[in-house]
Structures are given as structure tokens and as C-alpha cells.
Ligand binder design. Structure first.
Ligand SMILES: C[S@@+](CC[C@H](N)C(=O)[O-])C[C@H]1O[C@@H](n2cnc3c(N)ncnc32)[C@H](O)[C@@H]1O
Length: 210
């Protein structure tokens, strides 16, 4: 079903550097969520912001199918999905092609030997730095304190500036005015877990900086 679905971009490598023009037919900013899961976050975000284009990226077809089924009942022009492992993200997106990256409740990979598989790791930050334009941001939410501290430390060591930091997002009234709950966020916050969030900014210099 995923292989034939019209809202899933097949062989995404062919659109490298040209996603907004060829998929969405415009030149709006392109924002992506990696590890979209069942898709509630990216669907609500895209619906609330017609000024940008959105892609939900998910590794597993079985999970993505749930997102796509939900979406098929209420199609948005500015949202499509890709089934892929973020490991290969540099094959799919071009330099400076992305405006913002959302990572929500990313898999923690608790064993040290798997640290490079964590999406907030420096190994991924190096790739994200290339894909994001200068000043482009990553927004990360989790209830996993170890993963959160690890991500913050990796970001600091890689020169990313922290623009927003909360150890209890759901008690930050201002931030909650625009917060969109993910499926995992709803589940873990209802158990009483605090939700952690940071926003970090790409250290890459702009074209006019010396
Ligand atoms: C814990 S779930 C969180 C789902 C959703 N973001 C939420 O907050 O409800 C993590 C999701 O990321 C996906 N994922 C993990 N590693 C990935 C990768 N390397 N590339 C793409 N998706 C990945 C998993 O398949 C899973 O659906």
C-alpha cells in the first residue's frame, strides 16, 4: 500500500535539491519531521501553516501506513511523506534545502555503542548542518532525560546555539500556545512525565558573513 500511495514520495533521491518546486510546485520553506510515527504532529503542523511545505519521514512502512491513512481522509497540499531511514538523508536532500527539522521522541538507543544512531547525535548534526540553511533550526522534544542531556551536549560541542530550552514544556504557558502534541507526548505526559524541549540553531555561516 505504501509503495502505491500517491501521498508518499517514491524514490525521493530523484528530487534532491528540487523538492518544493517539483513536489509542491512552489518555493516555500521546506520543513521536515524525522521519525514521524503515526503522523499527528506533522499533519496538524502543516494544517496550521500553509506558508511552508512539510515532509514526514518514517523508517517503517507499517507505522507510516497509519499516518498516511489518517491523512488520506483530509489531504493537505503542503504535506507529503517519505519512507526512509534518516541514515541516508544526505542522498535525498541537497545543501541548504531544508528550513527546519523536527525530532519528536526519537528512539533513545541507550547502549553506548549505538550512540551514533541517536538522531540528536553529532553524527547526525553534521548531516543536518549541511541540509539546513544558515540559521535553520532543529526542534527536539522527548521525555527521556538521558537522551535530552546527550543531545544538548552534542549540540554544544558541535557549535549549535541553544535558542530555547525547557525541562518542563507543559508548564511553559507561552510555548504551549503553539505546542502540537505528538502521540508519544500525549502518552508520556499523561503518565506524569515532564516533557523536555530544545531548539538549536545551525552554526553554519550565511553567504554574507565574513
Ligand atoms: C518513539 S517513536 C516517536 C513517534 C512520534 N514522533 C511521536 O512522538 O509520537 C520514534 C519513531 O521514529 C522512527 N525512526 C526511528 N529511527 C528512524 C530513522 N533513522 N529514520 C526514520 N525514522 C526513524 C521509528 O520508526 C518511530 O516511528
Amino acid at each position: 500500500m505504501i509503495a502505491e500511495n500517491e501521498y508518499v514520495i517514491h524514490e525521493p533521491e530523484q528530487y534532491k535539491g528540487r523538492f518544493t518546486a517539483e513536489i509542491f510546485g512552489n518555493d516555500r520553506p521546506l520543513n521536515i519531521e524525522i521519525g514521524t510515527g503515526k503522523g499527528r504532529f506533522i499533519t496538524e503542523l502543516a494544517a496550521s501553516d500553509p506558508s511552508a511545505d512539510y515532509l514526514g519521514i518514517e523508517k517503517y512502512s507499517t507505522v507510516l501506513l497509519k499516518a498516511v491513512r489518517k491523512f488520506s481522509g483530509n489531504v493537505l497540499d503542503n504535506l507529503r511523506f517519505i519512507r526512509m531511514d534518516a541514515e541516508y538523508i544526505l542522498d535525498v536532500f541537497g545543501e541548504n534545502e531544508i528550513n527546519r527539522i523536527y525530532l519528536n521522541f526519537s528512539d533513545p538507543w541507550p547502549k553506548d555503542r549505538h550512540a551514533k544512531r541517536r538522531l540528536p547525535s553529532s553524527s547526525y548534526l553534521k548531516r543536518f548542518e549541511r541540509l539546513l540553511g544558515p540559521g535553520g533550526c532543529i526542534e527536539f522534544k522527548t521525555d527521556n532525560r538521558e537522551l535530552f542531556d546527550f543531545g544538548l551536549s552534542e549540540a554544544g560541542q558541535s557549535g549549535w546555539e541553544v535558542c530555547y530550552l525547557s525541562y518542563d514544556l507543559h508548564n511553559d504557558k507561552e510555548a504551549m500556545q503553539t505546542n502540537i502534541m505528538t502521540e508519544y507526548e500525549e502518552k508520556f505526559s499523561s503518565l506524569g512525565n515532564p516533557i523536555f524541549k530544545y531548539i538549536i540553531k545551525n552554526p553554519k555561516p550565511g553567504p554574507h558573513s565574513s
